[in-house]
Ligand binder design. Structure first.
Ligand code: 8YV
Length: 329
């Protein structure tokens, strides 16, 4: 019997990718070329499954060009690169990598928020430019993190992990806005208070955005929302590009309508809005919130587990759309 073929669309840890070779014919991409949509569709020809990342978009067109495809396994918790409705309509399984990256991503979100509040990147650039000639009372004076009000937009697993750090480690007051309110037993240990989005924007000293991207969250933070924030406030986005209107944010930063921002994700990344590159009061990182070796290995491994399970009739550990199981073909 011929073995199913799978595509590993991006370079990943070779020893983890090798686990697929025990079950499948594997076409991989060790050179890590980014495929155009047409190339991705062509590469998927004859493949029963695919290991993908947030860079690969799986939509109705790609699925229709590849009716043999049964499973697309994302190495990411966010899956806005996959049209799940289109997968459901065609009985294709989508999987993601929740839980394994929660704490690592929260560590980074907190670090980025602290770097933003305490102007670490600005100070470092100043020093590297050789401009540090004397101490000054207000040199890179930022705002305190401890004891401040931490606002969380999107109180899922990662939002709760950020909130825990703030409340338990830094004595922060936690307020949050989310589609639904947390159960009291989750709110109580961190003293989290559910507020309206407007109150969140008005009251936060440090706003951290952790909401998944969807058409409903597109530009959830734009000019009108930024206008509600304190002029001393910071904004940190570790969610997805597109949740924040980057042009509006750059204008607010330039005009000091908010104090500073920390951004790990961007609309249309890896392109970055040029206005963000020219304002000093923003810390910019290249979508690395989950990037520790241990966590990236755990994510790759979970994506591989999902792909193996999906195509061998076992139960995939973290399906996005379990309603398509068991896979018919
Ligand atoms: C990934 C992420 O690095 O998991 C997510 O949703 O944003 C990151 O952890 C990225 O999506 C690459 O797949």
């Amino acid at each position: 019997m011929t073995r199913p073929a799978v595509l590993v669309a991006r370079a990943a840890f070779p020893d983890i990718v090798d686990r697929l070779r025990a079950h499948f014919e594997v076409e991989d991409n060790p050179a890590d070329r980014i495929f155009t949509k047409a190339e991705l569709s062509a590469k998927l020809a004859g493949k029963a499954g695919a290991f993908i990342t947030g860079s690969e978009r799986i939509d109705a067109e790609v699925l229709d060009a590849n009716p043999q495809l049964r499973a697309v396994c994302n190495m990411a918790v966010g899956y806005n690169n996959i049209d799940v409705d289109a997968c459901n309509a065609r009985g294709v399984l989508a999987t993601n990598t929740p839980d394994v990256l929660t704490e690592t991503t929260a560590d980074f979100g907190f670090a980025l928020m602290m770097a933003t509040a305490r102007r670490i990147a600005e100070g470092e650039h100043f020093l590297r430019r050789g401009e540090w000639t004397k101490w000054a009372y207000d040199m890179f004076a930022g705002s305190d993190v401890h004891g401040a009000t931490l606002g969380i937009l999107g109180m899922g697993r990662i939002g709760q992990a950020v909130a825990k750090r703030g409340a338990l480690g830094f004595g922060m007051k936690v307020i949050y806005h989310n589609r639904s309110r947390l159960a009291p037993e989750l709110e109580a240990p961190i003293g989290a208070r559910y507020v309206s989005k407007e109150a969140l924007l008005r009251e936060s000293d440090h706003l951290v955005i952790v909401v998944p991207y969807s058409p409903a969250s597109h530009h959830a933070i734009a000019a009108a929302e930024l206008a509600l924030m304190k002029p001393t406030a910071t904004l940190t986005n570790i969610a997805r590009g597109g949740v924040v209107d980057d042009a509006a944010l750059a204008a607010a930063l330039r005009e000091r309508r908010i104090a500073a921002a920390g951004l790990d994700v961007f609309e249309g990344e890896p392109k970055v809005h040029p206005d963000l590159l020219s304002v000093p009061n923003v810390v910019l990182t290249p979508h690395i919130a989950s990037a520790t070796v241990a966590t990236r290995r755990a994510m790759a491994s979970l994506a591989v587990d999902n792909l193996i399970a999906a195509l061998t009739g076992a139960v995939p550990p973290t399906p996005v759309n379990p309603q398509v199981l068991p896979l018919k073909r």
